[in-house]
Design a protein around this ligand. Structure first.
Ligand code: AMP
Length: 471
């Protein structure tokens, strides 16, 4: 959440007020972190002082930097032992947290961050651990696996972080977290981040934290950025309304929530038949399919991601113009979570909820929970704003080859911006480049996708020819 203007270095919100090394301060500036977010201002001083902290914070609040900066300042890069462990509920969150820690650590000496999550062979992870890891980020189950096999030792640990602790409890990870925590040295710092405070959080705190300090900042401080609109639908016209909304508002990226996997599939089928670039995200997708879907949505080559609540956990998309609740959720807290995905980064977000007469009880609970009345709009107000189809600005090229082949984003960028084998592309024509274990996703402007694909197919990346296709 970039701030509008830099804080004065004397402001209590300025990072300079924190005991962080100069190199780290400079890196924060480079990253555009001009002043602390409220949760950072509240949690960083005690966390950097070594205290145990329980922080109430949602995705998008800047919570990752809160714990990342704390754990990084306590690391000794020259000592090859796992000194910090971050437990996360999902693989996606763990990947994001890893990337975030690496960004914040790039000003320091070679700090190794290893991700340990399920769905990937243990062997590679074991090898990464053997090469020496300072920080481990992972899901409780997989971390336990490594501990049980003796691949991972936590004896040198000084910081334990529980990220999205409420989600981990929801997913039944209490015992796993307890098992892991018991293997950490008693003398350590524990930082717990959670959007809500279910009972289990107290229990975790009692058992595994020492005199924790609780910090919270006014929840949903950014709600003003989100405009909520409600539309009354019937069972018959609910799905068709989604396309009408997209044609009317023409958002570049939309996250649409359904209560069931079946509904997700039905919505995507209908949208695709209407010419939209829509993809579904639900629990039972294979990891590869999931990676592919998320990559396309995050790099703006898919207009609509239709997801269930569980599948969308931990998903952090920076630019999201709209959220559509295709189904009203019966849980007001889930509603707030859903709509909180948009309106970030100081941008205006639109959150639309489709409700039938049957859903009015749920809408009432949402109104009560948010302490604001719902604002209704008639379906007739939805008119297509343009005859042109709504197309995503980018397209994704999938390159068969990833981390295993030691491909780095720079290699792909180099091939695309070189003069060899076709016109050189400018940096502006190329979007996100995401390297996963076995493949690489490259976003390019939709208009040049086919030629860029041909160019890469003819080029050498890391000295080898590669297979590339447009997704
Ligand atoms: P998080 O809540 O940790 O997922 O962070 C949300 C987004 O805010 C990330 O994209 C961060 O890079 C960004 N961010 C975190 N702290 C700051 C800050 N102090 N100033 C500007 N952006 C920030």
């Amino acid at each position: 959440m970039p701030n509008a203007s830099p804080a004065s270095p004397h402001s209590p919100l300025h990072f300079a007020s924190l005991p962080l090394p100069a190199s780290m301060q400079a890196n924060l500036q480079q990253l555009g972190y001009l002043q602390m977010t409220p949760i950072q201002a509240a949690s960083l001083p005690p966390a950097l002082a070594g205290k145990d902290v329980i922080a109430q914070a949602q995705t998008g609040s800047g919570k990752t930097a809160s714990f990342a900066l704390a754990l990084l300042t306590r690391l000794n890069p020259r000592w090859f032992a796992v000194q910090a462990l971050v437990l996360c509920p999902t693989r996606e969150l763990a990947d994001q947290v890893t990337a975030h820690i690496r960004r914040l650590a790039r000003s320091e000496e070679n700090i190794k961050v290893v991700t340990l999550c399920g769905g990937v062979a243990l062997r590679g992870q074991r090898a990464s651990l053997e090469h020496g890891a300072h920080v481990v980020v992972g899901t409780p189950g997989r971390v336990m696996d490594h501990l049980a096999r003796g691949y991972l030792s936590l004896q040198g640990l000084n910081t334990l972080v529980l990220d999205e602790a409420d989600r981990m409890l929801d997913m039944g990870f209490f015992d796993d977290i307890a098992t892991v925590a018991k293997q950490c040295p008693a003398q350590r710092q524990t930082l717990l981040f959670s959007a809500t405070y279910p009972e289990g959080i107290e229990k975790l705190a009692r058992q595994f934290m020492q005199a924790p300090l609780r910090v919270e900042v006014a929840a949903q401080a950014e709600q003003g950025q989100i405009e909520q609109r409600f539309f009354e639908v019937t069972r018959e016209n609910r799905l068709a309304t989604v396309g009408a909304l997209l044609r009317h508002f023409r958002p570049v990226s939309t996250l649409a929530f359904c209560n069931t996997k079946q509904q997700c599939k039905a919505v995507v089928e209908l949208l695709q038949a209407q010419g939209f670039h829509a993809l579904a995200l639900y629990g039972e997708l294979e990891q590869r399919e999931r990676d592919q879907v998320l990559a396309q949505f995050a790099n703006r080559s898919c207009s609509v991601l239709v997801a269930t609540d569980v599948a969308s956990r931990g998903l952090d998309i920076e630019q999201l113009e709209a959220v559509i609740n295709v189904d009203t959720t019966p849980d007001p807290e889930v509603h707030v979570h859903r709509i909180g995905r948009t309106g970030r980064a100081a941008a205006h977000g639109l959150a639309i909820t489709l409700a039938s007469l049957h859903d009015m009880g749920a809408v009432g609970r949402i109104e009560q929970y948010q302490n604001q009345p719902s604002v209704w709009y008639p379906l007739e107000s939805l008119t297509a704003q343009s005859a042109a189809p709504l197309l995503p600005p980018m397209a994704t090229l999938q390159l068969l080859g990833g981390r295993k082949e030691k491909i780095r984003p720079g290699d792909v960028l180099g091939a695309l911006t070189s003069d060899e084998g076709g016109p050189a592309y400018t940096r502006e024509q190329i979007g996100k480049i995401q390297v996963t274990e076995f493949c690489t996703f490259v976003a390019v402007q939709r208009a040049v996708a086919a030629q860029a694909c041909a160019k890469l197919n003819a080029a050498r990346v890391k000295g080898k020819s590669v297979k590339v296709r447009v997704l």
